[in-house]
Design a protein around this ligand. Structure first.
Ligand code: ADP
Ligand code: MG
Length: 192
């Protein structure tokens, strides 16, 4: 994937998040404050203009990171923003099958460190880290697979972020950040 394709795939997320805004809002209303849909839409609406002059993979990732950091807000904005900046630091001129694992490692490590989060705390990290692992193992990571990873957060009890206040009542709901990370990972990994 070259810089132009990456840029188009990230810009396309604007539409995806607009379409999924209500779903993400509902998920965040159940175990949070209901702003995750709006947060993601605000961030990705700002991307087309921000990326206008970005023409290397590193530039595209870094500018996306800075934009998400300043526009998304909430807990997820800094996490996604920092992750893209970290991916920019390890990125090569094109994203290939060979260097994708390294990129996803940077994504996962960034969330792990910045969020001080482990697996099964019912966050975006559950999806990002397991997708990273699957890619590393050469498994097919398509949108359906990513969705099962997000669905698997439903049975967990949240121990990080706002959802942690819901304790046992957080069980039975998919984590909103796990759901939004499905779309972001699909843009980075997917080949359709
Ligand atoms: P806020 O919780 O501040 O309203 P958002 O609603 O935009 O922010 O994002 C909530 C999502 O952020 C959660 O669903 C979860 O996936 C993710 N999240 C929150 N805290 C953490 C954390 N410490 N580590 C990883 N992810 C987190
Ligand atoms: Mg929220």
């Amino acid at each position: 994937m070259n810089a132009e394709t990456l840029k188009q795939r990230l810009i396309h997320l604007q539409e995806i998040f607009q379409e999924r805004e209500d779903t993400l809002t509902e998920l965040d209303r159940a175990i949070g404050d209901g702003d995750h849909g709006v947060n993601m839409v605000s961030g990705f609406n700002a991307l087309p203009q921000a990326l206008e002059n970005a023409d290397t993979v590193q530039d595209v990732l870094k500018t996306t990171g800075m934009t998400l950091m300043s526009k998304v807000g909430g807990a997820s904005g800094p996490l996604y923003g920092f992750s893209f900046v970290k991916m920019a630091q390890v990125a090569e001129d094109e994203i290939t099958e060979d260097n994708l694992p390294k990129l996803l490692e940077a994504f996962s490590q960034a969330v792990h460190q910045r969020g001080k989060v482990e697996l099964d705390e019912k966050t975006m990290y559950d999806v990002i880290e397991r997708a990273r692992e699957a890619v590393e193992n050469g498994e097919t990571v398509d949108i359906a697979y990513l969705q099962t990873l997000a669905d698997n957060t439903e049975d967990l009890v949240a121990t990080k972020g706002r959802a942690a206040y819901f304790k046992e009542e957080s069980r039975g709901h998919t984590d909103p950040g796990a759901q939004s990370s499905v779309y972001i990972l699909n843009a980075l990994i997917g080949d359709e």
